[in-house]
Design a protein around this ligand. Structure first.
Ligand code: ADP
Ligand code: MG
Ligand code: ZN
Length: 205
């Protein structure tokens, strides 16, 4: 496939896929190359959980790049002033207004690279991602390795005590001890509704 980037003006590149598909690695790779080319790069991620390294985007394989944790997408626009390239990881955790913010940056001439989960643990479109993917010039849908069959994984399985998490659990949980694994369509299991026990504490946003 031949890919041409606009020779004038900005654009949006979206990188999506399930957990472990290499979104953060790919984001870091593109941002490093921009820095090698001498471009001014700003990197942001949502500050939803400060248990993790809020000062960096970190991939599951240990790659990292500095990042600013932000609460609202307006902060991304303010901090991006004067940059050539803006990278955002975990973009699915922002509200719908993140799409307007990233479109404004691209309209203003910036290269915007946004990485995020396209589907939540139920296999449903995640927050602002459908709107973002529709408005992006370039979309890459990455795949992980399915932990059940070894095939290409497009979904993120949430497991609680080894069984599929309840369908009506919170989409975003901070502090819960759930496990996640990459699975293909055939191996993905939908959890039942209202099946969690009293002992499980949810801290959904
Ligand atoms: P994402 O940001 O999409 O969650 P990362 O870029 O953080 O993904 O991590 C990708 C890395 O995760 C891979 O290079 C590999 O080292 C590791 N990994 C762990 N489990 C899997 C899996 N099931 N499929 C593919 N890669 C995996
Ligand atoms: Mg990631
Ligand atoms: Zn599978």
């Amino acid at each position: 496939m031949i890919r041409n980037q606009p020779s004038c003006g900005g654009w949006i590149e979206a990188v999506c896929g399930p957990m472990f598909s290499g979104k953060s690695e790919e984001l870091i790779r593109r941002l490093r190359r921009a820095e090698i080319a001498g471009q001014a790069v700003m990197i942001a991620k949502p500050r939803i959980d400060d248990r993790y390294d809020i000062g960096h985007v970190v991939s599951h394989s240990g790659h990292r790049i500095r990042a600013v944790g932000v609460d609202d997408p307006g902060a991304i626009v303010r901090m991006a002033a004067g940059c050539h390239v803006v990278g955002i990881d975990e973009v699915q955790f922002f509200g719908g207004e993140v799409v307007d913010a990233l479109v404004a940056l691209a309209d203003g001439g910036m290269r915007v690279i946004a990485a995020g989960l396209d589907l939540d643990f139920r296999g449903e479109p995640f927050g602002p991602m459908p709107q973002l993917l529709a408005r992006a010039e370039l979309v890459d849908k990455l795949q992980a390795v399915c932990l059940c069959c070894g095939g290409p994984a497009t979904r993120t399985q949430r497991l609680v005590d080894g069984v599929p998490a309840p369908f009506d659990g919170a989409t975003i949980q901070v502090g819960a001890l759930d496990a996640y694994e990459a699975r293909c369509r055939g191996c993905f299991e939908q959890g039942d509704a209202h099946s969690w026990g009293e002992q499980t504490s949810f801290a959904g946003l």
